[in-house]
Design a protein around this ligand. Structure first.
Ligand SMILES: [Zn+2]
Length: 154
């Protein structure tokens, strides 16, 4: 596994990154109006409440948009690599980004996906985990890094 750029963790996002490291997906949910929100922040954008809790959503959604990056921003990334924006089934306006670990020829708007986790390490040896998405039906799904391992073996 090659070193990858680590995320910038701040006070608001710390619980998000800690949960991903445990392979759990959690999101802030407003205690007053019950709205889910992402990215993490101190105030509800619907009702302005400062009260929230971290709650596990379903982890299921559908692809709302996607791109395939052909430009490598770091030697740590395979190219090309797909990035999706996923609309969670828990709330229609709740969109989460992440890598897509299914076959690129399956990418389409509306593809049903489930959350998954990609463990990584930065140049200093610090471990962190990124959110990824894979097809809900599991067909042709490969863990991150499998593609590179398969190519190295052939
Ligand atoms: Zn609210």
């Amino acid at each position: 596994m090659s070193a990858r750029p680590a995320p910038a963790v701040d006070r608001d996002s710390r619980p998000w990154w800690d949960a991903l490291a445990r392979h759990e997906l959690v999101l802030q949910r407003c205690s007053a109006c019950r709205a889910w929100r992402w990215p993490p922040r101190a105030i509800c954008n619907r009702c302005a409440s400062f009260e929230w809790e971290w709650v596990a959503p379903s982890g299921r959604g559908s692809v709302a948009s996607w791109i395939v990056n052909h430009h490598r921003f770091s030697e740590a990334f395979e190219s090309p690599y797909p990035v999706v924006t996923v609309r969670l089934e828990d709330q229609a306006d709740l969109l989460l980004p992440g890598s897509f670990t299914g076959p690129m020829d399956r990418l389409r708007i509306g593809l049903e996906v489930v959350a998954d986790f990609d463990d990584a390490v930065d140049e200093a040896g610090r471990r962190f985990t990124l959110l990824t998405w894979r097809p809900e039906d599991g067909a042709d799904w490969r863990r991150p890094g499998d593609r590179a391992a398969e190519e190295a073996a052939t």
